[in-house]
Design a protein. Structure first.
Length: 430
């Protein structure tokens, strides 16, 4: 019994001290087998900014495996594609690859790795199927030579592979703005925009609606934004007319507006074409100026004054009416004057009847004046306020004497006195 215990302890100690030889593994054949494809859809539309997720799959197998105690285990398997560099190019496809070649590292046999490339499809891309060349560069273990029982030498091979990635460009309607004309379009008013649109794409649009859209903060604001044109086949043109307005804070310049087509494609889906931006010329603001010299008037006088207005804007106005605002020391019962139609650059004289208080201070005054007018679309507007200069001056000569009540009273009294004296003298003579 005692000897049995000693034997068990000795066996355990031997098992801890003695390290039995383990078997190593080597592979006699095998190499990477690489294929590529796109994850998800491979259909894209002209003008799209796209991301192409490329799947790299290694289906290589190791066919013969040996295990033996004298074999040193290999660090790499022969079916592993190491340090793989992936490059995607456009080839003959109508797109631009924006991403650089990508290092994806080791691709083990039986595994996949996804890497993505950014691209831009040309706006005028023709529909069809295209092949994108994919260039792969990697190394793999070709031979491993073992020396003795504790050393091994690896021989790697470099391999370059070119594969193809099919993509499909869907037919799409795209537009060119052939011409853009305006009618009565000025700062602060409404006018018309006439566009000639051509379908320069490869899809025939059905139930097409051509729309204009405000471009960001552009001062051109669509009032009527849609025109229905029905069928819009590839190569066809359509003329559209829209009413638009221009922000009154804008300046005379050319401003952008976007144009799109909403249509039914050949699959029966309602889609929107890529937008086309076009510059629209806008005329200057309708404005007026008073070009007449200051009107002279005297305290206590009632007078018809003449004020000359000039249309200094870029377009004609219709049914214009001038108006003055008479405030102390002025009064008027005739403060509106009809000016009629005024072409750009034309001037018209208006007449107003104005009275001045006798106690008015001698100086130059500015009477507020404005013009109410209509544009070519019969919209009514009021101009900015202008100043009509009126100069109140002292009277001179006899008029000054007659205008002074004190002097006039003395003069009348003198005349009465003289008349009375003559009357008395005549009576005495009789």
């Amino acid at each position: 019994m005692i000897y049995g215990k000693y034997f068990i302890i000795l066996a355990v100690l031997c098992a801890c001290v003695i390290n039995p030889a383990t078997a190593g593994t080597k592979y006699m054949s095998g190499s990477p087998e690489i294929s590529v494809y796109i994850s998800g859809t491979n259909e894209f539309s002209p003008g799209d900014d796209i991301t192409i997720p490329v799947v790299i799959e290694n289906s290589g197998l190791n066919e013969f495996k040996f295990s033996q105690s004298s074999i040193v285990d290999r660090d790499d398997l022969p079916n592993t594609a190491k340090l793989m560099l992936v490059s995607l190019t456009a080839g003959d496809a109508p797109l631009t690859i924006k991403s650089d070649p990508q290092m994806i590292g080791d691709v083990l046999g039986g595994s996949t790795i996804i890497t993505s490339f950014e691209a831009k499809v040309s706006r005028d891309a023709a529909s069809g199927t295209y092949l994108l060349p994919v260039f792969l560069n990697y190394t793999y273990l070709d031979i491993a030579e073992q020396y003795g029982t504790d050393s091994i030498r690896y021989y790697y091979k470099n391999k370059e592979v070119t594969l193809s990635l099919p993509i499909k460009i869907k037919p799409q309607l795209s537009i060119d703005v052939v011409s853009a004309e305006t009618e009565h379009l000025n700062v602060g008013t409404e006018g018309y925009l006439k566009l000639m649109i051509r379908n320069s794409g490869y899809d025939d649009g059905k139930r097409a609606v051509i729309k204009i859209i405000r471009n960001g903060g552009s001062p051109i604001i669509p009032t009527d934004s849609s025109v229905f044109i029905g069928d819009f086949p590839s190569g066809a043109t359509a003329e559209c007319r829209y009413k638009v307005s221009v922000d009154p804070k804008a300046e005379r310049s050319t401003y952008p507006i976007d144009v799109v087509v909403v249509y039914e494609n050949n699959e029966g889906d309602t889609v929107t074409s890529p937008s086309e931006t076009v510059g629209i010329p806008v005329g200057g603001k309708i404005d007026f100026a008073i070009i007449s010299s200051p009107v002279k008037i005297h305290p206590g006088e009632k007078k018809v004054i003449a004020i000359e207005y000039k249309n200094i804007g870029d377009t004609k106005v219709y049914s214009a009416q001038g108006r003055i605002s008479a405030v102390d020391p002025f009064t008027s019962n005739d403060d509106i004057a009809y000016l009629g139609d005024m072409d750009a650059g034309e001037s018209v004289i208006a007449s107003y009847e104005v009275s001045v208080d006798r106690s008015a201070t001698i100086k130059e005054y500015g009477l507020d004046s404005e013009i109410r007018y209509r544009d070519a679309l019969d919209n009514s507007y009021i101009s900015d306020t202008m100043k009509a200069r009126v100069d109140i001056t002292e009277q001179a000569g006899v008029a000054a004497i007659l205008a002074n009540p004190i002097v006039l009273s003395v003069l009348i009294a003198g005349i009465i006195g003289i008349a009375y004296g003559i009357f008395r003298f005549t009576r005495k003579g009789e």
